[in-house]
Design a binder for this molecule. Structure first.
Ligand code: BDP
Length: 330
């Protein structure tokens, strides 16, 4: 109906008023979705199911295309594009959102959540609501919190067992000053860099390693060039399926309800897929030669993060309440 021309409209007018109305309403929307991951990644599969459900339940009024593999640009740029309405929706880590949306930074504080179930519980409650409000105020509507497990360090030089092992290592981090501070507090050298550049940078020695969850360490093939994977689990950062507020405002209340419900359903699906992929990724990297070590005592790593917290809380007095809400939940 979207592409009806003048002649078609005349035809509809002749056939009946209802059809003419359908052909001339401005409600048909063809959305563009951004995704950084490969097509078989849990995020990608859940995003596709979100879009399929929206298209089906709106009777084809809302269609779209999801551009996987970051082809629409790197994550910090894509976040800006969604905020501006140039990209309609996307799935983002809250990590690189911090520069634009201060509330999201609380989940980028190292070791802020004591476990992944605790993260789910808090994000599905008051904490998620407070962060979501901050996001809406900056032009992004959260539709579902996705899981990204816990991030750990990997590098090509040595296993990390204590914070002292990070000293002198060149570590790629996501674009956010908090992550630079995190590595520097252990005397490592932090380099913010686009996700897509990390493989080549480790391979050529521009950096010694990076940090990420098992599925990303595996899907990017970083494990081929950085074989020491040390399970520090220092960051548990939720991710978000978000729609641009500009796009959201074009929807009818009925369409908004469908989008919201599909977003929620896709998050539940993603969380399930995540569990399976995490296990499969660990198996694959180990088979590929990764040397995994667990951390007997995470206490020294947590203690090393004190300057990161001090600096953040001093610079963001209005977020102390939200940080405490998470810390007191333990
Ligand atoms: C992955 C996240 C993705 C980030 C990437 C990174 O899912 O959103 O872009 O880490 O490290 O785990 O940049």
């Amino acid at each position: 109906m979207k592409h009806m021309n003048f002649r078609d409209n005349l035809l509809c007018a002749a056939v009946g008023g209802t059809m003419l109305l359908a052909g001339t309403t401005a409600s048909a929307l063809d959305l563009r979705g951004w995704n950084i991951h490969v097509e078989d990644y849990p995020v990608s599969i859940a995003m596709e199911s979100f879009l399929a459900e929206v298209t089906e339940k709106t009777g084809g009024e809302i269609t779209g295309t999801i551009y996987h593999n970051g082809v629409l640009g790197d994550q910090p740029d894509a976040i800006e594009q969604v905020r501006l309405g140039a990209i309609d929706f996307g799935e983002f880590s809250l990590g690189p959102m911090g520069q634009a949306i201060p509330e999201t930074n609380v989940v980028s504080l190292p070791f802020i959540f004591s476990s992944i179930p605790e993260m789910y519980k808090l994000m599905d409650g008051e904490v998620g609501e407070a962060i979501g409000k901050g996001m809406i105020a900056k032009g992004m509507v959260p539709l579902g919190w996705y899981d990204a497990g816990a991030r750990s360090f990997y590098n090509s030089v040595r296993p990390i067992n204590t914070p002292a092992d990070v000293e002198g290592l060149k570590v790629r981090v996501m674009s956010n000053d908090l992550f630079v501070g995190m590595v520097e507090s252990m005397a490592g050298n932090a380099t913010p860099m686009a996700f897509g550049e990390v493989y080549q940078s480790i391979k050529t020695g521009v950096v010694d390693g990076a940090e990420n969850n098992p599925p990303s360490y595996e899907s990017t093939n970083h494990f081929e060039v950085a074989k020491y994977y040390s399970l520090t689990e220092h960051l548990i950062i939720p991710e978000c399926l978000c729609m641009s507020l500009a796009t959201w405002e074009k929807l009818t209340p009925e369409q908004q309800a469908i989008v919201k419900e599909a977003g929620h359903a896709s998050a539940l699906k993603q969380r399930e897929l995540w569990q399976a992929r995490e296990a499969a990724s660990m198996e694959k990297v180990v088979a590929g030669g990764t040397i995994v070590n667990t951390i007997a005592d995470k206490g020294p790593f947590q203690q090393a993060m004190a300057p990161v917290y001090d600096k953040f809380l001093a610079a963001n007095p209005d977020l102390v309440g939200l940080v405490d809400m998470i810390r007191n939940a333990k």
